[in-house]
Design a protein around this ligand. Sequence first.
Ligand SMILES: *Cc1c(COP(=O)(O)O)cnc(C)c1O
Length: 388
Amino acid sequence: MKSNKKGLNTLCTHEGDLKDTKFKGVVSPLYMSTAYAFDDVDIKRYPRYFNTPNQEALCKKLAALEHAEAALIFGSGMAAISTALMAFLQAGDHIVLQQTMYGGTYHFAVTQLNKYGIEYSFTDGWQVEDFEKEIKSNTKVIYMETPSNPLLTITDIAGVAQLAKKKGLVSMIDNTFASPINQNPIDFGVDVVLHSATKYMGGHSDICAGVVAASQEHIDTVFQSAICFGGSLSEYTVWLLERSIKTMAIRVKAQSDNAQKMAEYLVGNEDVGQVYYPGLKTHPDHDLAKSQMKGFGGMLSFELPNMDISLFFKHLKLIKPVMSLAGVESTVILPVTTSHALMSPEDREKQGIKDCLVRFSLGIEEVEDLIEDLEQAIAKVKSLSVPA
Ligand SMILES: *Cc1c(COP(=O)(O)O)cnc(C)c1O
């Protein structure tokens, strides 16, 4: 673990930035070159070697934010996740994956791993014992996601990381929902931290990227797969992502505050069923969340039973029903038709994802405006469904 005494906003704004020594511009210059002369230099720079000036600069910032020794930046979250998994697994190995997780990662596991002779098991729940139960003699990796998508379950990060250490396994975590602002898994002993930077790091719904952060040794291992799979991010997007991250701490804080207020409001709304948010004292793992998170994040889910949800979505004026999440604008989706559509209905039911579950990504708008939008849309749907 690397201790960095600088404040979070200072790290977000300055860490790793490239100096413009020629013109003294305040932002990192953008180097678009894919070709670099290598006479008189030590490093052979090339985009797919993940070592161009802008890539290296951004990786310093990412490593600092995740309290890691090193980081790599990829062309998408799934590029980061799949490359990291393939770096630590080979034919004959086995991986234990948390049952509640991002649909794309689930899809990767069930459609790809067997092709490479890699076995996998999903846990029955998200307790440490659930992970331990699935470990076999050939297990190499334990994979968790907390808070999870879409039900915001909380996994005991230190507990799972310790279990992995005890058994000599590599622990991995998808830290996308929390972002490095709200949760730093390396402090709890996790080996490899993964992000879809498309979400809170980008934060403006206009960048697709992914991150792996870990010790230098683990990053070297991931790098060996990364140069083969070739999932590097284009220079311009690397540069844009550096710009986005400058405001990440203030954005995520505003989004987390909004989510807390919205969750408390939804609990009191009689048209709303179950509300899932780790910041609620009624969340079964609220205390655990409090012990490992600095903020509870900008994501929540709620059930809207007895209502035509597509009609509800149609009448929202401010909140946009869209795929993806974590932008400065508030968005909602129905996991059953989007993020978890590739999952069988039986598996969804096993995970507790109901058809009326709405996932809500809080933006930075005033929460009063968001509440008003929800209320008018619910009222409209109710008025339309009253028999004439
Ligand atoms: C979006 C997402 C991913 C995948 O990232 P992409 O950038 O879409 O490839 C992985 N994990 C979580 C939790 C996500 O929300």
